[in-house]
Design a protein around this ligand. Structure first.
Ligand code: GLC
Length: 535
């Protein structure tokens, strides 16, 4: 069970995702920017997180709000200038924090000069930088693959009489990473940012980077239901998670290893057994292959407990886990699990073994904000039949009760909910029982207790009604966590009746400094963190 760990910052630290457009606007255009983020770094330091993951700020036509890059080594004017970014890096580093940037090697924008060249003629030297195929019989698409955003994944190019492939929008043509020149270009772009001093990358859609060499048809999904995204009509047997992807990831990693303490986070939506493959042979792949289970699973104690144990068991030796309960692609955690569970979710995220990745605004309990169709910006919502817009979870950060929640002096790019007047950083800072202060307490505790930061994880068997586990460090205090994931009171009934501890932190203040033991009653929506009795 014990895994070898060193105290590297990306293992011991807490990462905080900033959705660049929505954190803080500094110039009144209604869109968050780099200077705005600089203004808010003191808040992140106060909160106690260690690193920022910043979503893409590269030049982009913004068809996918920055995930369509037209220049891999620049900054879009909407977000600022390269020297603003350099200042951001300095400001982050001077606070003892780290900066991780998004990197999108799977596809570029169709405005990228590489694609402009590639599409100019069939014999252009950059033709093979993207994925071009002849039409099938009667002009049909080269195979049956579907775009994740709806419709076929092939776009017809009249000018050169071929199709090009795109997993996402047709304005996001797929780069051909089997071509060594493309890989080299990506590595050069990464090197550019590493030389500037970034502390790592969150690699977008890592599991898509390599496709089947023969481009075989994907099989039909027998479990497809009409409320699922249309792309799930097929099983992505050939269009994603192909064996060669690990060679690409290893090349990225080799570059990172030329520097010191850089991190590679991989975005992965796969089953646990496949996710752990991305640690690579001898842990030479991604440092933190994204574990998205808590974003997708029903919030039920048995399912969550099983997922944690399955993940712990599947981790290769020396591999370090990671956890996330919110990101810019998934509905807000409280909109999924209900407000009552807010503090329980916080306690879970910040007490599991592995690097927690927080999503901006979750710490003040931001929920999905309904955006009227005519104000929607996310192409996924606009294109998909059964509205899957990601706008609701991308709304501006709620800083205070002033106009537009202190986010902008202009018109915010997405509307804010009325509730921001009560639910904002300033108000919650003043309230000792707020979610924000609870997050901060948990963070402080995690930062000072080696067992919570780096210790081993042991499940505690119960009658299945509560989630319980122990975090045990070497020679330090160990902790017992008991979480009630329901809105009904439940008694703690560990199989090992001797397990008990003294409560250090609770979602219910009355508990503190009392014993947590067999028969203790947890109220509805209650989580407790206790010092284990034998330590
Ligand atoms: C990733 C990003 C998502 C984006 C997609 C295409 O899933 O997180 O926001 O739309 O990649 O780049």
């Amino acid at each position: 069970m014990a895994k070898a760990t060193q105290d590297l910052w990306w293992k011991s630290g807490i990462i905080y995702e900033v959705y660049a457009r929505s954190f803080q606007d500094s110039n009144g255009d209604g869109i968050g920017d780099i200077r705005g983020l600089i203004q808010r770094l003191d808040y992140l330091q106060w909160l106690g997180v260690n690193a920022v993951w910043l979503t893409p700020v590269y030049p982009s036509p913004m068809k996918d709000l920055g995930y369509d890059i037209s220049d891999y080594t620049g900054i879009d004017p909407v977000f600022g200038k390269l020297n603003d970014f350099e200042e951001l890096l300095n400001e982050v580093h001077s606070r003892g924090m780290k900066l991780v940037v998004d990197f999108i090697p799977n596809h570029s924008s169709d405005h990228h000069p590489w694609f402009q060249e590639s599409r100019s003629s069939k014999d252009n030297p950059k033709r093979n930088w993207y994925i071009w195929k002849d039409a099938g019989p009667d002009g049909a698409e080269p195979n049956n693959w579907l775009s994740v955003l709806g419709g076929p994944a092939w776009a017809w190019d009249k000018h050169t009489g071929q199709y090009y492939y795109h997993t996402f929008l047709k304005e996001q043509p797929e780069l051909n990473l089997r071509n060594p020149d493309v890989l080299k270009a990506m590595l050069e772009a990464m090197r550019f940012w590493l030389d500037k001093g970034v502390d790592g990358f969150r690699v977008d859609v890592m599991w898509y980077l390599i496709k089947d060499e023969k481009f075989r048809d994907n099989p039909v999904n027998p479990d497809y239901k009409p409320d699922m995204p249309s792309s799930e009509q097929l099983i992505q047997a050939y269009s994603s998670n192909q064996p060669g992807v690990h060679d690409i990831v290893r090349q990225f990693r080799k570059l990172l290893d030329e520097y010191s303490e850089k991190v590679m986070i991989g975005e992965l939506y796969l089953s646990i057994n496949k996710i752990v493959d991305y640690y690579g042979a001898n842990n030479g792949g991604a440092h933190l292959p994204g574990n998205h289970q808590l974003l997708l699973l029903p919030w039920e104690v048995k399912k969550v407990a099983a997922a944690i144990d399955k993940y712990e068991a599947a981790l290769p030796d020396g591999a370090w886990p990671n956890w996330v309960i919110g990101n810019h692609d998934q509905p807000r955690v409280l909109s999924r699990i209900g407000r009552g569970q807010a503090k329980v979710a916080a306690m879970l995220l910040l007490s599991l073994r592995g690097t927690p990745i927080m999503y901006y605004g979750d710490e003040i309990g931001m929920e999905n904000v309904e955006i009227p169709r005519e104000e929607q910006k996310d192409p996924q919502g606009l294109l998909m039949e059964n509205n899957k817009s990601r706008d609701p979870q991308r709304t501006p950060m709620q800083w205070d009760a002033s106009e537009n929640a202190g986010f902008t002096t202009g018109k915010p790019w997405l509307r804010l909910p009325k509730s921001f007047e009560q639910q904002n950083v300033e108000a919650q800072k003043k309230d000792p029982h707020s979610l924000l202060n609870f997050y901060r307490q948990l963070i402080q505790l995690r930062q000072k207790e080696p067992a919570l930061m780096m210790g081993d994880y042991y499940p505690v068997l119960t009658d299945g009604k509560l989630l319980a586990y122990i975090r045990r460090g070497k020679g330090s205090t160990s902790f017992l966590l008991v979480l009630n994931m329901t809105d009904k009171a439940v008694d703690f009934k560990p199989k090992d009746r001797g397990i008990r501890g003294r409560v250090v932190l609770s979602t219910n203040r009355d508990w503190e400094e009392q014993e947590l033991e067999t028969g203790s009653r947890l109220e509805a929506n209650e989580g407790v963190l206790a010092r284990l009795a034998d330590t």
